[in-house]
Design a binder for this molecule. Structure first.
Ligand code: PGA
Length: 234
């Protein structure tokens, strides 16, 4: 199975920076071959989804699109929300849901996040459900097993996010054991201070990584992709 490399740009980049990044993403035969072992997923800010879709299609880049959030409501009178319906035809395949920054700055609750997960699935958008230890079991209580089992789980310890202090890779096996009975989930992704130097060791113990800072600069990101791919071939 391909390993997931998820680039979450958060509220970074303007239109020209997005265009630059995507227009310069390597796309020759050699890079395509090297990157073939990876499922590369990009979550740009909402306003740039259409542009990203267009450049990805035009250049036939091996990149799938994700959103960083999704409304728990359907289409209709929900000012400021972006509904699954709004995403139709944008080829969005994944949604990052319940990121700790949304819990922290936007007071998202486990109930609301569960509603978002259900809504995403109803639009055939695959949820990447972010989790940290304090709410492993609380979040699971809001998700029926058949819903939970369809999520990709992203374990994101708060102290590791944006701090340069990644979690010890040895902690991931017990985390996987703890999450398995709660979510019956197949894939475990790790997020928090992943970079080109440590990505290989994370990919040995989990199914992918979620990146914030290391996805912003194209050169750094491509270095990380090549390091990830190389780590899988040894
Ligand atoms: P970071 O962010 O890679 O900048 O630590 C990770 C995340 O928020 O998922």
């Amino acid at each position: 199975m391909k390993k997931y490399i998820i680039a979450n740009w958060k509220s970074n980049k303007n239109l020209s920076e997005v265009a630059f990044w995507l227009n310069n993403f390597p796309n020759n035969a050699e890079s395509r071959r090297v990157l073939n072992s990876l499922e590369i997923i990009l979550a740009p800010p909402y306003p740039f989804l259409t542009l990203a879709k267009e450049i990805i299609e035009e250049r036939q880049l091996p990149i799938k699109l994700a959103v960083q959030d999704l409304s728990a409501f359907g289409s209709g009178a929900y000012t400021g929300e972006v509904a699954g319906f709004n995403l139709q035809d944008l080829h969005v395949e994944y949604a990052i849901l319940g990121h700790s920054e949304r819990r922290r700055f936007l007071a998202e609750s486990s109930q609301l996040i569960a509603d978002k997960v259900t809504e995403a699935l109803s639009w055939r958008v695959k949820p990447i459900l972010c989790l940290d230890k304090p709410y492993f079991s609380e979040q699971a209580r809001f998700l029926p097993e058949d819903v939970a089992s369809k999520c990709l789980l992203a374990y994101e310890p708060l102290a590791a996010i944006g701090s340069g202090q990644a979690q010890d890779t040895g902690d991931l096996l017990p985390i996987r054991k703890e999450l398995q009975p709660l979510y019956s989930a197949k894939a475990l992704i790790y997020g928090g201070s992943v970079n080109a130097d440590n990505v290989g060791s994370f990919l040995k113990v989990c199914d992918g990584v979620l990146l914030g800072g290391a996805s912003l600069d194209l050169t750094d990101f491509v270095d990380l992709l090549f390091a990830a791919s190389e780590s899988l071939s040894v």
